[in-house]
Design a protein around this ligand. Structure first.
Ligand SMILES: [Zn+2]
Length: 139
């Protein structure tokens, strides 16, 4: 990954994961540049197809393009930080993330936003007032 391109992606995201909004300075593992359409599916390495992502979200997303909406059982495309508004699809419930739409619910599941360890880390940061992810972020 080109260093300058990575920096552009990081700055555009305000240094936060574009999926779970985790702030990079508080992460144990270096954030990654996610191909929204994975390279395996022909997604290019260009700004429009890249998103800043924490290690965990990136790992869970892998080469996935879609997930299952648990409410309907339908196959739904995952949240796309370039095409979707975060606050239209997700809502904070304390330290947990809830999906507001089919896209949101499918993404919560595939990216495992509410893994117990992830919720625990968020709770700690919330107590310290460090989780800026509570405020809405535009697309
Ligand atoms: Zn994340």
């Amino acid at each position: 990954m080109d260093v300058r391109l990575r920096e552009e992606v990081r700055q555009r995201a305000g240094g936060r994961c574009e999926y779970c909004l985790f702030p990079e300075p508080f992460a144990e593992l270096r954030f990654q540049v996610d191909h929204i359409i994975p390279q395996q599916h022909g997604g290019p390495t260009s700004l429009e197809n890249l998103a800043f992502s924490c290690f965990r979200c990136n790992k869970c997303k892998g080469p996935n393009l879609s997930g299952i909406d648990p409410d309907t059982g339908q196959i739904i495309g995952l949240f796309n930080p370039r095409a979707h508004q975060w606050s239209e699809h997700f809502r904070w419930e304390g330290a947990r993330l809830a999906g507001l739409t089919a896209v949101g619910r499918a993404t919560v599941n595939v990216l495992q936003f509410n893994r117990p360890d992830a919720v625990l880390v968020r709770e700690t940061l919330l107590e310290e007032g460090a989780y800026l992810g509570r405020t809405d972020q535009g697309g």
